[in-house]
Design a protein around this ligand. Structure first.
Ligand SMILES: O=C(O)CCC(=O)C(=O)O
Length: 298
């Protein structure tokens, strides 16, 4: 059927038409049915290499020893074997460019609405002996069960090394977004000797992106191979949710300049959110800034 300029779905029509025009309607169906979808060849091999090098440079600039991806010497961090590099967006314009790629962004906007905000840009660096990462729903930042049926969060992860079960791949529980709850401690185990029987490994080559609904249970399998597993994670939230990273407060002038007139960039940076108002900003709140609650796609 033709998608019209229908008033009742006015926040969705253009996004849906665009997704259809690029042949991505099946990805919408997968997101709806299973709570995740896979974007093959999202990055060319040279881009994968460039992102990997940039992440290792960032880690070093932040005072860590240079990480050797073969031996993982120099890797220290947050979860056992899984250090997290955070606040990456403004470390290199490359991360802004990847954020704004129109095809994945259309899927993000389909799930999260036009008022979607960026909540964090991080990288999980997983060492050779890392244990599994427990199953969780990303809608965990203060959302108690029952979770809303719409996505309040979503996660767009670029695999930067090949993902295999043995190599500690992302683990997904297909269809769990419909359950609208967090897993219990017992359900969430991904320990080396107690992996959840519901979790399936996302076995994909480097350069693949995986996008999932914030309710979808996911984690990672224990890693049993040598070397470094790398990824780049863009996480998004609804306009009413507090962001994980302080993005709004630290967009550099140069970034505003690079994306001048780009309404999608401005929205992702929370330029239209007016909460935390003073009298001046309250008076300036526009219909645009109040739009978020009108519809799942608004
Ligand atoms: O290590 C992984 O692949 C899992 C990442 C994850 O749980 C997340 O990004 O929320």
């Amino acid at each position: 059927m033709d998608i019209g300029d229908w008033e009742s779905s006015k926040f969705l029509n253009d996004t849906y038409r665009y997704l259809r025009s690029i042949g991505w309607e099946a990805k919408v169906a997968e997101l709806e049915a299973f709570g995740f979808t896979i974007i093959e060849n999202a990055l060319a091999p040279a881009e994968v290499e460039r992102v990997r090098r940039t992440l290792l440079d960032v880690s070093e600039r932040r005072g860590n020893p240079r990480i050797d991806p073969e031996t993982v010497a120099g890797l220290t961090g947050f979860l056992p074997g899984t250090p997290l590099l955070t606040n990456l967006l403004f470390e290199d314009p490359l991360f802004e460019d990847l954020l704004l790629r129109p095809e994945p962004m259309a899927l993000v906007r389909y799930l999260m609405g036009q008022s979607v905000k960026l909540t964090s840009v991080t990288s999980n660096l997983k060492a050779g002996d890392a244990d599994g990462l427990f199953l969780h729903a990303d809608a965990g930042n203060g959302f108690t069960s029952p979770l809303p049926p719409y996505a309040a969060f979503c996660n767009l992860t670029y695999a930067l090394t090949d993902y295999s079960r043995e190599g500690g791949a992302l683990a997904i529980v297909p269809g769990s977004h419909r359950w609208c709850r967090h897993p219990s401690d017992q359900e969430s185990s991904m320990h080396r000797d107690a992996e959840s029987p519901l979790a399936v490994p996302i076995e994909v080559p480097a350069g693949t992106a995986i996008l999932w609904h914030g309710n979808t249970w996911h984690g990672a399998f224990p890693r049993r191979t040598k070397g470094l597993r790398m990824n780049l994670i863009y996480a998004f939230c609804r306009q009413f949710v507090e962001t994980q990273e302080n993005i709004k407060g630290r967009v550099p002038d140069a970034a505003w300049e690079r994306h001048r007139g780009d309404e999608i960039f401005a929205g992702l940076m929370n330029a239209h959110g007016y909460h935390g108002w003073d009298d001046e900003s309250f008076a300036k709140a526009s219909d645009r800034s109040r739009q978020a609650g009108l519809d799942w796609h608004a």
